[in-house]
Design a protein around this ligand. Structure first.
Ligand code: ADP
Ligand code: ZN
Ligand code: ZN
Length: 706
């Protein structure tokens, strides 16, 4: 008799399990990865086959068999194989997520797809797709080796010494098929992309495909054309702005072997690439690789698991690799690191200067642009060059800031900034929940200028236009173009492209944007980069604040001086002696880590510990809070009964963003020793929870924002 284990595509309150069904003797085509139709709770439901078991009838207990229901119909050919099924199980366990949410990472049809009847056969309704024009011939699929040969012919220049060493390391990882990781640690403009392109060529020579992940925002036509220019038609592109039909077409082309190089955002990792040889994650430190809804996976960590399982090589590229990645290279023989210390064009990195904004304020300046920044800005635009201004705007949390001395109230036990709540002038710690009254004057210097901090891009744009206007009318020079790029101006498809094209036109221009402009921007005539507020990030109640600030300054500095002209970077801050900013200004990662790592160790944060955040949300504050408190107690019991030493539970406390779209949000933070199976502790707490329609609960393992 044959049975199958299924993931059922049903809405679940929290975690689901596998279900067993019987395969009728006359049913054909039941394989791992197929969608099937079953009856569940007296309704039709769609299931995905995770395992097929064949057992002799003699071994089967007849009473249990009589309780099993039969499959009703096979709805599709396989969407994934045994490796895919194992991947679904891995993600569900590792990230304490419903199997039904995980399985959809691997299918080209959305959640709960429609079932349609064709004749007397049931099948899944496919998304609407582009119609083939009559007479459009099917081109023959070229061999991997032929694509590789054509790519080699297009390789224009000789590699730098660093690039050659990096490529040797990556190629060796591909050859050994042992699932190794190579970290390409190269400054901005060092030519990492060229290393990726040649490594992909090598994988293709061996008849193996490649997946390249880039941050969503970097997935521009310029990026894509670099890959298409080398590998032509075999490149598939996958991103979140595609329609379901476009996505399906790309997915199908990869499955059929017509596309052997996939360039895409996070979820492209799950495309059905046969004989995978190489996974590349560019800008691996980017937080966009962490999914913020279920399953809350991290593409880098899932890619590392896939590499180990399939023997593919994993390449992690960045000018600022994450601390986790750097530390893994030190302790894991299978993780290698190669360094590209100089730009491919031989130009030095731009000079970075720090501007102390508290001093500016002391001198009576009330502008958000310091005098030095204004002077450099005018000089640049008067010379017909370009300027990039960045307003750091991550997070929504408000905090208090002393405009005289830069003091920001912090929680004494958690060492994170306190969040300011206008209602009742309260300061709240979002780790431990401690609440206090906001002071009226600065407790350090006595200044009355203790202000809520945070300015929007629109306000900065107004001020920018005002000072440019004043300068133009004082000197009689023409006004430069001003382009604003933030989540408002880039909401529509292709808006990002159009704004960059506008900025890129010859002549003077100023690009004002949020941190989205820190990446990938490549214009020859940018001579000045200004960071309006380098320290906003540092105030956020998050242990990665310093690391992100360091990364951001380094990345944004990489936008200046890429062509003929020398570049300069001016960084405005109220915390001119913060190590993240000081070290970044000197391109000195060693110094930053020497300061940061002991803090992480002392406070019990990654890479010295693992975190899991239990999130609780709903519209009724009382119900949310009550549930969070019950769960906090359960977590503590689990820790006391099972694991003990080195484990800790914090909260329940309100989240840093304690109300979002009408939902009240609380959380419980679990700290475990590095490398611990933290899911094993969190899972039973969630699974045993009594169903409650008013309150939602989810676990965020290795969270990126607390
Ligand atoms: P990264 O990805 O490290 O920021 P890129 O791959 O974008 O760097 O390379 C930066 C620039 O240098 C690009 O214009 C690229 O064409 C050029 N480049 C890369 N490698 C070389 C090389 N070996 N010789 C000359 N120019 C190179
Ligand atoms: Zn003060
Ligand atoms: Zn606290």
């Amino acid at each position: 008799m044959r049975t199958v284990s299924l993931v059922l595509d049903i809405q679940t309150q929290s975690l689901d399990s596998l279900y067993t069904y019987v395969v009728p003797a006359d049913m054909v085509g039941v394989e791992v990865g197929c969608a099937v139709l079953v009856e569940f709770s007296a309704r039709r439901a769609i299931g995905y086959v995770m395992e097929v078991c064949e057992r002799p009838d003699s071994e089967i207990d007849p009473t249990s068999v009589s309780r099993l229901k039969p499959l009703l119909s096979v709805l599709s050919s396989p969407y994934f194989d045994e490796d895919g099924a194992a991947l679904v199980q891995f993600i569900a366990h590792e990230y304490v997520a419903p199997l039904s949410a995980c399985v959809h990472l691997l299918t080209p049809v959305g959640r709960a797809p429609k079932v349609v009847k064709r004749g007397d056969m049931w099948e899944l309704q496919k998304p609407a797709r582009r119609r083939k024009k009559k007479g459009e011939a099917e081109a023959p699929v070229p061999l991997d080796e032929d694509i590789a040969e054509a790519a080699e012919a297009r390789e224009g220049f000789a590699l730098t010494e660093g690039q050659a060493a990096a490529l040797t390391c990556v190629d060796a990882c591909i050859d050994r098929c042992a699932g190794e990781t190579c970290v390409v640690d190269g400054v901005t403009g060092s030519g990492k992309t060229e290393v990726y392109l040649r490594a992909i060529r090598h994988a293709l020579e061996l008849g193996r495909g490649a997946i390249v992940l880039v941050p969503e925002i970097a997935l521009t036509p310029q990026t894509v054309s670099r890959f298409e220019g080398r590998f032509g038609d075999t490149v598939a592109v996958m991103h979140s702005r595609m329609t379901a039909g476009e996505r399906f077409d790309q997915w199908e082309a990869v499955r059929l072997g017509k596309k052997r190089v996939v360039v895409g955002a996070r979820s492209a990792l799950f495309c059905p690439m046969a004989t995978l040889g190489l996974i590349i994650i560019d800008e691996e430190h980017e937080s966009t690789y962490k999914q913020e809804s279920a399953p809350r996976y991290h593409a880098r960590d899932v890619a590392a698991w896939m590499a180990q399982r399939t023997g593919a090589a994993l390449v992690l590229g960045s000018a600022t690799p994450s601390i986790e990645t750097l530390c893994r290279c030190k302790v894991d023989d299978m993780w290698h690191r190669v360094v590209l210390p100089t730009r491919a064009n031989g130009k030095p990195m731009p000079e970075v200067r720090i501007i102390d904004m508290a001093k500016e304020f002391g001198r009576g300046s009330r502008s958000m642009f310091a005098k030095e920044l204004q002077e450099n800005l005018f000089a640049a635009v008067d010379a017909g060059r370009k300027v990039v201004l960045m307003l750091n705007q991550r997070g929504f949390a408000n905090f208090l800031l002393c405009r005289d001395c830069g003091y920001v109230p912090e929680c004494t036990t958690c060492s994170v900034s306190l969040t300011y709540h206008e209602v009742g002038r309260k300061l709240v710690c979002h780790h431990c929940g401690k609440t206090s009254q906001a002071p009226v004057t600065c407790p350090v210097c006595g200044s009355p200028y203790l202000k809520k901090f945070g300015a929007g891009t629109q306000r900065v744009e107004m001020e920018l236009r005002r000072i440019l206007d004043d300068h133009a009318s004082a000197t009689g020079r023409p006004l430069p173009r001003v382009v604003r790029m933030d989540s408002d101006t880039t909401a529509t498809r292709d808006a990002h492209e159009k704004l960059l094209a506008e900025f890129g036109q010859p002549g003077a221009a100023v690009l004002l944007g949020t941190q989205m402009i820190a990446k990938g921007l490549d214009f020859d005539d940018v001579v000045l980069v200004g960071v309006i507020n380098a320290d906003t990030q540092l105030r956020l109640p998050d242990f990665r604040s310093a690391e992100r600030t360091f990364d951001l300054v380094e990345q944004v500095a990489g936008r200046a001086g890429r062509g003929h002209f020398e570049g300069r970077v001016l960084v405005q801050t109220y915390m001119h002696d913060a190590m993240a900013i000081l070290a970044a200004a000197h391109y000195d990662r060693k110094r930053f880590l020497a300061d940061e790592l002991p803090k992480r160790k002392m406070l019990g944060y990654p890479p010295y510990a693992r975190l899991a955040n239990i999130l609780v949300w709903g519209t009724e504050e009382g119900a949310v809070r009550a549930e969070a408190e019950v769960l906090a107690k359960r977590v503590q019991e689990q820790i006391d009964d099972i694991v003990g030493d080195g484990w800790q539970s914090l909260g329940a406390a309100p989240c840093a963003i304690d109300k979002l779209r009408g939902q009240h949000r609380w959380h419980i933070l679990i700290k475990a020793p590095a490398g611990a199976d933290i899911s094993k502790l969190a899972e039973p707490v969630i699974r045993k929870r009594r169903a409650n329609k008013k309150v939602n609960v989810a676990v965020d393992v290795d969270p990126y924002s607390l």
